[in-house]
Design a protein around this ligand. Sequence first.
Ligand SMILES: [Zn+2]
Length: 213
Amino acid sequence: MAKVDDFLIIREYDSLSREANSLKTQMDEELTRLKRREGDLADRQALLKTREADMRSLNDQIAELDRRLAQRLSPEMAAKVEEEGLAMLIRQQELEVEIEEHKTFLAGFSKTVKDIREEIELNLSNQKMKRDATLERAQNLFTTLPEDWQKAYQKIAAKNPAHGVFTRLDGLKCQFCRGAVSKVFESEVDTQFQLKACPSCGRLVLPYKTVAG
Ligand SMILES: [Zn+2]
């Protein structure tokens, strides 16, 4: 009967480890959310820069046209240059409107991203604290387990089996993989409280007493 409590400890350890993993997943998701928003913001800022560069280049072209118009030109040439100039002025107005729109949008969006960043950083810091505490509790429990139990747990946990590392017996079969076990195996688990792995799937078999009631 020596180790029945160890089953409670190893289950608690397993549950804390899962909790810590799930917190890690949540933290990764928060970071992804933040990166996505910051990426959107950077894209919009880059677009504004492009439009501002377009505007500078257009202003240079307009200045160049003005210089040409100041020279003595044939009437046909003057008409052509003026026509070009008119098209450029229209484009200049369009760009001005577009740049203003980008700036207005960016002012709001920067504020939104800043709020989101603050919210996410707070979430991350809370999740980190919770995760550190959970890992510490888990580690403290783990070190109280017999060494061969620690090894057995790590061996199956490394395989990260679906539905967890534990199984139980259903008659003389593993509840998960339906692999057969002997009567002796069953008695070692259920009456001697030995930690044994299912010979077929490797999951750790919980004694009837620790899973019932
Ligand atoms: Zn099994």
